[in-house]
Design a protein around this ligand. Sequence first.
Ligand code: CO
Length: 215
Amino acid sequence: MSPVDKTIESLLLHNKHWAANRVHEDPGYFSRLSNLQTPKFLWIGCSDSRVPANQITGTDPGEIFVHRNVANLVVHTDINVFAVLEYAVTQLNVEHVIVCGHYGCGGVLAAMQRNAFNGVLDKWLRNIKDVYRLHEAELLACPDEKSRGRLLVELNVREQVLNLAKAVVLQKAWKSDHRPALHGWVYGLEDGIIKQLVEMRPGDDLHPLYQYENL
Ligand code: CO
């Protein structure tokens, strides 16, 4: 079935086949998963339909805790991403938090333009404009708009990893448990390959002003 032929009904029909196949292959599959989830990884990715966390990493249900939003942002006033982070770090005890961006990200490319969406998207994407302003010299040194867009995708991922490291919930876990490790990745829509950009672990360099002393 080609993507354009898919309907709401065909999705539900597929689901019935999928569930039946899983039980056929492994009769205890659903009873096991319904009782417990112990993912080692938290994935913070873009909502883009072409970057599905499980498929591109070969992970099954139960293996990755997932949060996705437009342009994979970690915004300190976003109660949603921080509820997910807190649950993953303090309850699920994940060992790794991955921020995964992707080249050709519509959110990042829109933030490089001056067209308003006249809505909440403008406020959301302003966070990426701030990343641009922080790294403007490096971005302006790019030979063309395409490479500038790719660099901003990467810089945005790095900035979101930093935003994680600034969070109290994370610094507490680093101090008491020496986890989780933070990873910044970028996915290529054109080749399906994930590139590792940055990694941060407890004790890694973070501006002292962000390091809380009384945790
Ligand atoms: Co995107």
